[in-house]
Write a new protein. Structure first.
Length: 151
């Protein structure tokens, strides 16, 4: 069975109350329920994790090798600062999709730079919570085309 890790970075545990005008009112628990329902419809297993700590995110990416077929990562602000996350994604040899709730390209200039995009198969941003479903769909399609990582 195909397995996808959905990994969430700093401050995403505050979704629903943190800057709802930017991130919406959907909570991370709501997003997890949406992802699990979508995955179930497609006979996919998902892991769903969140941490505010960069090292924990790196450890979770390392642990994904051998357990998951792909990674969807909403690294939050670490997208723009973390070479460690970029190196971890590059080291595990799993396809990854970078995900953001907001359109980072319509925001502050520092958000236009992503260190992790270079090791990802694609980037999804600006679609709010629905971006997670788009990312799951995109990862399923990618895995179906990639015999090395597909189910």
């Amino acid at each position: 069975m195909t397995s996808i890790l959905v990994l969430n970075g700093p401050n995403l545990n505050l979704l629903g109350t943190r800057q709802p005008e930017v991130y919406g009112r959907t909570t991370l628990e709501d997003i997890e329920a949406m992802c699990r329902a979508n995955a179930s419809e497609h006979c996919i297993r998902i892991g769903f994790e969140q941490s505010n700590h960069e090292g924990v995110l790196v450890d979770t990416i390392h642990a994904a090798r051998g357990c998951h077929d792909g990674i969807i990562l909403n690294a939050g602000a670490y997208t723009h600062t973390s070479l460690a996350l970029m190196d971890a994604l590059g080291a595990v040899d799993l396809p990854a999709i970078e995900l953001h709730l907001s359109n980072v390209h319509a925001r502050e200039d520092f958000r236009h730079v992503s260190h992790i995009a270079r090791v990802c198969v694609g980037v999804i941003c600006g679609f709010g919570a629905h971006g997670y479903i788009l990312a799951l769909d995109a990862m399923r399609a990618h895995l179906a085309r990639d015999p090395e990582h597909g189910a």
